[in-house]
Structures are given as C-alpha cells and as structure tokens.
Ligand binder design. Sequence first.
Ligand SMILES: Cc1cc2nc3c(=O)[nH]c(=O)nc-3n(C[C@H](O)[C@H](O)[C@H](O)COP(=O)(O)OP(=O)(O)OC[C@H]3O[C@@H](n4cnc5c(N)ncnc54)[C@H](O)[C@@H]3O)c2cc1C
Length: 398
Amino acid sequence: MDFEFHFTPEQDEFRKEVKAFLNEHGKMPESLGKLGLEEEDMTREQFEWAKEFRRKLGNKGWYFPTWPAEYGGGGLSSAHEMIINEELSHYDIPGGAGTVRLSAPGLMVWGTEEQKQRFLKPLLQGEANNWQLWTEPDHGSDLAAVETRAIRDGDEFVVNGTKTFISGSFGPPDYFWMLAVTDPDAPRHRNLGAFFFPGDLPGITIQRLDMMVRGSQNMVYLDNVRVPQEYLIGEETNGWQVMQATAEVEHGGAGSIDTEDTLTPVLVDFIKEKGTSHAGKNALMKMYLSEKTNRLIGMRTYWMGQNGKDMTYEGSQNSLVKKMHVWKTGIGTLEVAGPHALLYETAGGKTELAQRNSESTHAGGSPEVQKLIIARRIGLSRTKEKAHVSYVGVNKES
Ligand SMILES: Cc1cc2nc3c(=O)[nH]c(=O)nc-3n(C[C@H](O)[C@H](O)[C@H](O)COP(=O)(O)OP(=O)(O)OC[C@H]3O[C@@H](n4cnc5c(N)ncnc54)[C@H](O)[C@@H]3O)c2cc1C
C-alpha cells in the first residue's frame, strides 16, 4: 500500500504557476542588500519591497489562500496553501506586515459587510497592514483590565492611553486594531470596545522599543485621538467578545504548516567542523525531535481549523509546544556549540539568536497563560471555558 502523500495533477500545475510567479517577483533585488535574521535588521527599502511583493501575492489571492475570494482571499484549498508556503520558503521575503493575521478573524466574524469590504479586503489582498493595540504598561496577561479609554463624544470616540510591546516596523501602520474601555462604569468584560482605525489620526505618537530580541516593538501613545464611530467593530461594549476571534488565533488556534527546519542542518555542519560532546549530540537529537513534534502539532491544529473541527485546548497546546520548543532550542544550541553558541559568527548568527529567543516566550500570551487556558478547557479549573468562535479560513477540499 502506498502511504505517500501525492498532489493531484491540477495541484502540480498550480505549483508550476506559483514557481513561475516567485521566480519573476519573489527575488529581492541584490541592490537592497542581504536580509538580516531579525525584523529589526530590515531596511526601509526592504520593507517597501516586501509591501509591494505582498500586494502582488494578495492580488492573486495567494496571501490568504484559503480565505473567501469575496473578501480578498484566494478561495483555495489547504493543499494549495501548503504548495504556496513550500515554494515561498525557498525565498527570503522580508516581514513587516504587522499583525494582519490576527485582526482578520475579528473583522471577518464581527465586521459589517461594509466594514469587511472596506477594511478586511485590503488586508487580505496585501494592500494594507495593521498593528495590534492590546497590551499596556500595567496590563498584559490580564488583558481585560486595560485602562485606555475610548469615550463617546457624539459620533466619535475620544481615545486616551498608552500601549506597549506593540509589534510592527516602520510605523505608523495603515490601521490599528485596538481594545479600549468604552464604559468605565460597566462590569469587567462588558466595558470594552474594539476599534479598527487609521494609523495616521492626530494625537498618535510612536516610540521604538529597544528589545533584546525581535526589536520591532513600539510604545504607542494615544492623546485625545478622535476615532469616528465607523471604525467601531461590533457593539460599543462587546469588544471583549469581538477580540476572542483574534485571541483564539493568537493563542495558536490557526495552527501552522511550517515547512523547513533551518537550524538542524547548520548545527550538523557546525558539529562536522568543530565537533561537540556526547551531551551535545544528545541535545541535537532532542531538539530535532522537539522540532518534529512542534511541527506535527502545528499541522494537526491547522487541519482541525481548516476542517471546522470543534477545538477546545488544541490552540493553546499548539502555542505552548511552540514556546517550549523555542526555549529548548536555546538550551540545546548551548549544549551543542558551547560558548560558540553566543557568537554572531556561529551558524550564521542562528545560535546566538536562539539564545535570545529562548527568553522571549511572552508574545501572544505567556506559557503560564496557555497552561491556564488548557486547564480550563479540559475541565481541570474551577472556571469552565469553551473555545470561542474563531475564523481561520474556508475549506473547499481537504
Ligand atoms: C516580542 C513580543 C511581541 C509582542 N507584540 C504585541 C503586540 O503586537 N500587541 C500587543 O498588544 N502586545 C504585544 N506583546 C505583549 C504581550 O502580549 C505581553 O507581553 C504578554 O501578554 C504578557 O504580558 P506582560 O508582558 O505584561 O506580562 P505579565 O502579564 O506582567 O506577566 C508576567 C509573568 O507573570 C505570569 N502570569 C501573569 N498572570 C498569571 C496568572 N494568572 N497565572 C500564572 N502566571 C501568570 C506570566 O506568565 C509572566 O511570566 C508582545 C510581546 C512580545 C515579547
């Protein structure tokens, strides 16, 4: 019996089309220099090139391949998305799209038809980007306690507050996706509004944060920013519910189909050249297994989401496994390469980056928060919780 997975002839033809497109549009001109390992290394020119590339990809429906075509997606199957991802992984495409993948589910589930055409479509087509304004200096894990206020004044909301750790390069973005208090007197979870508003409104100040890792984080100060009502998504005080569609995806619910393990091969090369201890070889094997587990759980979750399966703990399990993998990679590279792991010269800088990355597991909810969610959803906690509605794509065929 043949257990090998085969693509159909139509999908093989599609791959040829993707290859030809990437061959023509996917190579960043050499004049723009080499791409660094981290988003903060990206130059403005590389950022602009990537923006234009996303636009071309999006206009073919390949930026969000499985999303509905009427909202700017490709209306394609998971197999097509896998082909696009596999082919894209052979190219060095700069990042800088912000957190579009997180706002899109919220807009899809809660936006009016007019809002979806106006905001969601340009996002899925790569025409616009956004940053996510959730975390505040005093409120991270306890997101429902945010203090930024968006108080109604006629047909506008007046926004005041400070947001921190906001991911994004070369601001301002086209849009912000923000959670803020609209009714200070209402009970927790019923006092918040969700807004998707232009990044260039008067009263917004952005300040870059110097971070040990990633480095594309910002402080965003909102000083009497007047946000017209048309940018409110959902009801005035159901922002917490609106943001659950986003949180579900940020907590791993969309899964992933990562295609390439880029670290193991460079570590094998390192060992061949410089050698390592018995413990180092053992550590490499453990990292390799962790990488495979991480990838399989990502794919399992992706498959569940794409096929509309009922999910409870799976997203947070996926996120937790990823975070633990990042952490294990830090320890593992140190065991393999010893002090060399701390040098930029080793393995193209990948081991040094792995050291810093291993200290950064907070993004998208810390490991402890993922554990809490898992506990609630498998019934271990006093708080019983179900997975909230999430939108991760349409499935035409699996
Ligand atoms: C690289 C990076 C990118 C980010 N991008 C964005 C972004 O684009 N937009 C945005 O809004 N935010 C962003 N964040 C912020 C991120 O969401 C927060 O850092 C995260 O939610 C944790 O909040 P905190 O940093 O305030 O930590 P805290 O909430 O202060 O937590 C501190 C520690 O206490 C633990 N803890 C907290 N509560 C509990 C509990 N109930 N039980 C057990 N342990 C607990 C946490 O696990 C953590 O270890 C980013 C962060 C990073 C590092």
